[in-house]
Design a protein around this ligand. Structure first.
Ligand code: ATP
Ligand code: MG
Length: 732
């Protein structure tokens, strides 16, 4: 993995300030040299936003215009902040503060606490759940474990949106939140939670920002001191700023406007925590004199990857989508994205691991490969598959599966149950191993149905659900296995995966992959239910899921591998279908925008097929093609290739189609290429339907270009005429 800010265009520290500007395009330069007044960069993924702001700071410092200690750069994660500091040092601008909102606020709060509030600063608690449980006890409200977690999620949301307890019922309705309990009760619990914290002299994560905001608001002297220290502010990933972070930023700024923000509304993926791209999109309204720069050149990804990213955005709806910018790749062409369907999740993980081994054998470094998934609970299957394949890996944005607190606690509970099995009333009614595991884990917060809502609450449930699934798979593979056998299996897995890794394939959730890039990206589990995830119900939630996929796609520099599984476990019902977001984009799928059923048609779902090269959505839309059976205008690439609606009756000569397929298999084997590189199924079908008599007719079939005609035309026409193909291949 290479962090975006690490791309070593300047392996040496530039000699001069002007040299810092080298390697920036004209628009990026405009950003880098606009050192005063408000600046807003609206740009798509991989266009060099992070690079532009890093160079901007370095240029300002090197040119003597910015004092390093007067600049505060705010990024989204500690990792990004660390990388930005490294990059700034390398550009000759060390000493600039690059932090997250949270760490910058914490530092200020610690510094000003004695003066502004007095006494020692309260301890910062990292987990709220016990405090919420105590608050519930104080209110005499009984919450089960799932509710406890959901209520905690609601309290977090209240805090980042600066909603006080009394306003929660109204605010929750307005924001369309699915409230886990009566909103009035949640308001009461939230209020009691605040009391519990005060009594115990502790503060939570959000309090750090809230208290800093309060101090800066109430204490003019403190605000003055902070403002005299920091003169220039730069914010990366501004589309995901929460109202609370925005308030803090405004307080830091005071009445000044030396603020540079960069973001991409199409990458808003934290709305569920209260973040909103409105601050980015309304920047010019709030700062009428702002320099607004748009970047459209994508330096990260190949035209093939960019084509898919643009296609995804073309289908997006909502405010963020109204501001989308079509990306234009600056890179040489690369391989088409590969789409692969597997019967079940373990097979999908094995498939990815196998492909990764091949890539590594061909010289790709493990650290240039990432496997990205929707929920952290998917991690385990991939950890296992990579471990089995002997591929080193590292986890990002989540602890190793077996290190997660809920997994460790579940392990302890299972071990205890295994030891005292017969005497444990929990296990009384549980006959088989999966039921026993479900019984034990329900004591740890596992429920049959997933909890409402998302975020940490959902992640913890997913961890337990992954253990339940694991138990099911284990007992299916080893009938008669006991709880002790399962515990031994878990120990073995945990042990095997604790091996320290240095250079490894990155396993990360899509959320934590933000801002990063790799040569090779595997997007896994891209099926309905995961992408969009089942609990995304409203249009806004669905759109956020689409953006998440866009973030995933745009992490890839060269190779993109998109996969899904038809069922969860081996032998399970194959009732899943690929993500609706791929409709009309992956080969063989109909477009939902055309209001047609997706996939399912012949050739719609193949193993390891690739998308059709070189057709941009715009070009596709402009081409007027009509179904030769019913006359409807066709917009879907697959249907255009067939020259008819997918479900209109086919007049295909089945025998001819079979002969063409056999011929294709031989060609593919001869050239060492996959079959679809010769002709896709759709093209073969179209040929079998048209049964062309001459070259003119053959070239009219979409998918048969000049190159293919030269190479395969004679063979195909011979087969269509009922003769044996046999002519020598004509090389390109
Ligand atoms: P994201 O939206 O994913 O955060 P970004 O807009 O911040 O992306 P960067 O990460 O800054 O984009 O840049 C993407 C990649 O393109 C990096 O490898 C970067 O070094 C490279 N890059 C950016 N601008 C240029 C340029 N002008 N010339 C060459 N490479 C560039
Ligand atoms: Mg970036």
């Amino acid at each position: 993995m290479t962090a975006a800010t690490h791309s070593p265009l300047f392996p040496q520290t530039p000699d001069t300030a002007d040299a810092v500007l080298e390697g920036l395009d004209p628009e990026q330069r405009e950003v880098a040299t606009a050192l005063h007044g408000p600046v807003c960069v609206l740009a798509g993924a991989g266009t060099g936003k992070t690079r532009a702001i890093t160079h901007r700071i370095a240029y300002g410092v090197r040119a003597g215009i910015l004092q390093p200690s007067s600049v505060l750069a705010v990024t989204f994660t500690n990792r990004a902040a660390g990388e930005m500091r490294g990059r700034l040092r390398q550009l000759g601008a060390g000493g600039v503060q690059a932090r997250t909102f949270h760490s910058a606020a914490l530092r200020q709060l610690q510094y000003f606490w004695p003066k502004a509030i007095g006494g020692p600063m309260p301890r910062l608690v990292d987990r709220k759940i016990q405090l919420v449980a105590d608050a519930a006890a104080a209110c005499r409200i009984r919450l089960d474990r799932g509710e406890l977690r959901d209520v905690t999620g609601e309290i977090e949301w209240c805090k980042v949106t600066q909603t006080v307890p009394a306003d929660y019922p109204f605010a929750a309705v307005k924001a369309g939140r699915e409230t886990p309990r009566d909103p009035a009760e949640i308001a009461q619990l939230y209020s009691a939670y605040e009391d519990v914290k005060r009594d115990r002299a502790v503060i939570d994560f959000e309090d750090v920002l809230l208290l800093t905001v309060a101090v800066l608001q109430d204490r003019q002297d403190v605000a003055d001191q902070v403002r005299s220290q920091y003169q220039h502010f730069v914010v990366d990933e501004y589309q995901d700023v929460s109202p609370l972070q925005q308030r803090l930023l405004e307080l830091w700024l005071g009445d000044r406007d030396n603020l540079c923000v960069v973001g991409d509304a199409s990458q808003t993926i934290y709305s569920f925590t209260g973040a909103t791209p409105d601050h980015l999109l309304d920047f010019r309204t709030r700062h009428p004199g702002a320099t607004v720069v748009k970047l459209v050149r994508d330096y990260r990804s190949t035209p093939q990857v960019v084509h898919l990213a643009n296609g995804l955005l073309a289908q997006a709806r909502g405010r963020a989508a109204d501001h989308r910018l079509e990306l234009i790749s600056q890179r040489a062409p690369g391989p088409e994205p590969v789409y692969a369907e597997y019967p079940d999740e373990p097979a999908e993980a094995e498939g990815a691991a196998r492909r990764i081994r091949e890539l590594m054998a061909s010289g790709v470094r493990a650290s240039e490969i990432a496997v990205l998934f929707r929920t952290n609970s998917q991690s385990e299957t991939y950890e296992q598959a990579l471990a089995d394949a002997g591929v080193p890996y590292q986890l990002r944005g989540a602890e190793r599966f077996f290190d997660r607190p809920e997994v460790r606690k579940a392990g302890i509970a299972l071990r205890a149950a295994a030891r005292f099995g017969g005497n444990d009333s929990l296990l009384d009614d549980a006959v088989d191993l999966p039921s026993q595991v479900r019984a034990v884990l329900s004591g740890e917060g596992w429920t049959t149905e997933p909890p409402a809502g998302s975020g940490a609450v959902r992640e913890r449930w997913e961890s337990l659900a992954a253990l339940v699934n694991l138990a099911q798979d284990f007992s299916a593979a080893r009938p008669g296995a006991t709880l002790s056998d399962l515990v031994a299996e878990l120990d073995e897995r945990a042990g095997a995966q604790h091996a320290p890794t240095v250079e490894g394939v990155t396993l990360a959730s899509l959320h934590s992959a933000k801002g990063l890039e790799w040569d090779v990206v595997f997007l896994v589990g891209v099926a309905e239910g995961m992408m969009p995830i089942t609990y995304a119900k409203t249009d806004e939630q669905i759109e956020e899921e689409r953006r998440l996929l866009y973030v995933g796609v745009t992490r890839a520099r060269q190779h993109l591998h998109v996969s899904w599984a038809l069922s969860r476990s081996p032998g399970g019902r194959a009732n899943r279908r690929p993500s609706r977001f791929l409709d009309g984009l992956r080969p063989g799928s109909a477009s939902t925008t055309a209001g047609r059923a997706a996939a399912g048609g012949p050739g719609g779902v193949e193993r390891g097929f690739t998308s059709r090269p070189g057709v941009t959505p715009r070009r596709r839309q402009r081409t007027v093609a009509r179904c030769r059976v019913c006359g409807r205008t066709l917009t879907d690439a697959g249907e255009m290739k067939l020259m008819r609606c997918e479900d209109c009756p086919s007049d295909m000569d089945e025998g001819l189609y079979e002969r063409l397929r056999e011929w294709r298999a031989v060609q593919a084997q001869r050239s060492g290429q996959p079959a679809y590189c010769v002709f896709t199924d759709k093209t073969l079908m179209a040929i079998a339907e048209a049964a062309p008599d001459d070259e003119g007719e053959l070239t009219r079939i979409p998918g048969v270009g000049r190159r293919k005609l030269n190479r395969y035309g004679a063979d195909v026409l011979a087969i269509c005429a009922g003769q044996e193909p046999g002519g020598e291949e004509v090389e390109d």
